[in-house]
Write a protein that binds this ligand. Structure first.
Ligand SMILES: C[S@@+](CC[C@H](N)C(=O)[O-])C[C@H]1O[C@@H](n2cnc3c(N)ncnc32)[C@H](O)[C@@H]1O
Length: 242
């Protein structure tokens, strides 16, 4: 266990300076891994409950043994908690994780995130470097570079802080009805779209999901925040095409 702050990697990227740090947190007495984009925190290994729930709630909405094995896409690799939770579901036959930043994918491949090693070792999982929003908006090639036009059972998204607080202005259009409608073209009948958000449930987001999908629901996920000594909450939206 390291008692000192360490910057494990730092790289310029098209959306800012991306860095991976490890620091010993005296409040919880563990090594904490953090991803920062410029001065913004993108992900911390201290707060993973809602990222894991994104996978659990999204996949729970897929019922029926005739669907299996499930083909899943995760948008946003980060520290890999959502992706690992997908692979923990034995119904999953394949997972494509799309991340725009080669640096983030490289951290996983180089073993800089020891707790995430299962991702690169699981034959069901592929890490794809690409812009999720560009791929979501085009049926061909779509999310699988080797199988243009392939359809999926679930697409689980955790890239932006929320639909109204995006990391890059080019992401905003995806969250409007036209953008979400394009995504449905990549889902199989009965497929699921689930979305993580740092904000409380937002009626406008639910209304847009309702416009495009057959069902839409917001789940509030609470978890202990040891830094602030109180409970915190994130939102997971789950929408289904039938
Ligand atoms: C909040 S993190 C994801 C955290 C992840 N759920 C986990 O469990 O660790 C967001 C990720 O989205 C990636 N990202 C940012 N813009 C993107 C884009 N346009 N397309 C795909 N990935 C993107 C970042 O590189 C980062 O790895």
């Amino acid at each position: 266990m390291s008692r000192r702050f360490e910057e494990l990697d730092w790289q310029p990227s098209p959306i800012g300076e991306i860095s991976l740090r490890r620091r010993f947190d005296p409040a919880v007495k563990v090594d904490v891994y953090e991803i920062k984009l410029d001065d913004e925190f993108l992900m911390s290994s201290l707060f993973t409950v809602a990222e894991i729930e994104l996978a659990r709630l999204g996949l729970a909405a897929l019922t029926g043994a005739d669907r299996e094995p499930l083909d899943v896409v995760v948008g946003g690799l980060g520290l890999g908690y959502t992706a690992q939770a997908v692979l923990d579901d034995p119904r999953v036959g394949s997972l494509i994780v799309v991340d725009k930043l080669g640096a983030v994918i490289g951290w996983h491949r180089r073993g800089l995130l020891p707790f995430a090693r299962l991702l690169t070792e699981d034959p069901r999982c592929r890490l794809v470097e690409g812009d999720f929003f560009a791929l979501a908006g085009s049926d061909e090639p779509g999310f699988d570079p080797d199988r243009p036009g392939r359809r999926f059972d679930a697409v689980l998204l955790d890239i932006d802080h929320s639909p109204s607080q995006v990391l890059h202005p080019s992401h905003a259009a995806f969250y409007r009805s036209a953008g979400l409608r394009q995504l449905t073209g990549q889902l199989r009948p009965g497929g699921v779209f689930a979305l993580w958000s740092n904000d409380p449930p937002d009626d406008a987001v639910l209304a847009t999901l309702d416009e495009v999908f057959a069902t839409a629901r917001a789940h509030v996920v609470t978890f202990a925040n040891p830094i602030q000594g109180r409970q915190s909450a994130n939102t997971v939206y789950v929408a289904t095409t039938t």
